[in-house]
Design a protein around this ligand. Structure first.
Ligand code: ZN
Length: 359
């Protein structure tokens, strides 16, 4: 059987990030099946196979729905996270989406967000799953209960482990500019950042507000204070703010990303090519040129050269042999690094807006 994606959920997408492989392996481990797959975190395009499962259908067919469920949602989230990361450029990106998800799946969601390119996740269970430290900022609840932003910042600074960056919300009671100045003057070089989670009803021109806060902090010598931005951000907003903000907290747009609707189809039975209508039969290989990143789908075992004359190599690797894992799982950080490398190789010097199909 072959896992395959016919179209992306958004016409602006030209590539996706393959995610969820580790869970598929856990699901099928011990069953007499052999899996070849593109590595988790790889970029792929539509109409190319991304995974092959070989075995007796009855040994794994009952898990067909679960296999697709593992891949479709994780890949949708990782793809959206990668798009947000491209929009960020060299600025930071933190997954804030756990609160939008049922807690039973939130760690899976945040793992996918991380491997797609988020620099960190905000909840403990998610961070444990990917073996990373969770990241976050001061909450509004602390400021509301203490009654003043600066008092709350000082209390946070007094109590919280010194290893935790002091990032203070400045949109709770007063104007962002004046709150930022007050907080910076009190915490001085202990203040690592301020966060603007400004509600949409007060936002006006958010970019101008950010620039003003930056100016006022710099004028007073607080260049080290970074600007964190959050609140309903999507790729367009990130691109618009990326020259001024230092890091973005993105929730719903990543956690509720549209799924990538892979299909899982029989393409070969007992060595004979057979597939349903609308589907090419036979086992296939996916070849990629590392010089120009062009992909070619060929019948399994066939070779060819790239149109650019570059050498092609198979993207597929064997991940499971007769129910046994071929190698240890990579860490989420290693998978993420692979994903970032792939994005960089395909993006090259294309500006984010064009690369993401936003213009
Ligand atoms: Zn090529």
């Amino acid at each position: 059987m072959e896992v395959f994606l016919k179209s992306f959920p958004d016409t602006r997408y030209t590539w996706g990030v393959f995610a969820g492989l580790q869970e598929v392996c856990i699901l099928l481990e011990g069953r007499p099946v052999t899996i070849h797959s593109i590595p988790e975190g790889s970029l792929f395009r539509t109409n190319t196979p991304v995974m092959n499962i070989e075995g007796n259908y009855l040994d794994f067919g009952e898990l067909e729905t679960a296999v697709l469920g593992c891949l479709c949602q994780a890949s949708g989230i990782a793809t959206k996270a990668a798009r947000c990361k491209v929009a960020c450029g060299d600025k930071g990106l933190v997954s804030f989406g756990a609160r939008r998800m049922h807690p039973a799946i939130a760690p899976m969601v945040e793992r996918a967000a991380f491997i797609g390119g988020c620099d960190g996740v905000a909840t403990l269970a998610s961070a444990r799953l990917i073996d990373e430290k969770p990241v976050g900022t001061m909450p509004h609840t602390l400021i509301l209960q203490i009654g003043d932003t600066v008092e709350a910042a000082l209390a946070f600074d007094e109590i919280i482990d010194p290893g935790v960056p002091r990032i203070v919300l400045i949109d709770t009671f007063q104007d962002e500019k004046f709150e930022a100045i007050r907080v910076a003057q009190e915490l001085k070089d202990r203040l690592s950042g301020v966060r603007l989670d400004t509600p949409a009803s007060r936002r006006g021109n958010f970019r101008t507000i950010l620039k003003e806060v930056r100016w006022e902090l710099d004028t007073r010598g607080f260049d080290q204070v970074k600007l964190y931005v959050s609140g309903g951000l999507d790729t367009d907003d990130i691109i618009n703010l990326a020259d001024t903000a230092d890091a973005f907290g993105v929730g719903t747009q990543i956690s509720s990303a549209a799924t990538l609707d892979y299909s899982l189809d029989i393409v070969e039975i007992e060595g004979e090519p057979v597939a349903k209508r609308g589907k090419c039969s036979g086992r296939k290989d996916l070849l990629r040129c590392r010089r120009c990143m062009k992909d070619y789908v060929v019948p399994y075992g066939e070779h060819r050269a790239c149109d650019c004359t570059g050498e092609l190599s198979s993207v597929f690797v064997k991940v499971m042999e007769n129910g046994k894992l071929v190698s240890d799982f990579l860490s989420a950080r290693q998978i993420r690094a692979h994903c970032l490398d792939e994005v960089a190789a395909i993006q090259k010097d294309i500006p984010p807006k064009i690369f993401l199909g936003l213009v």
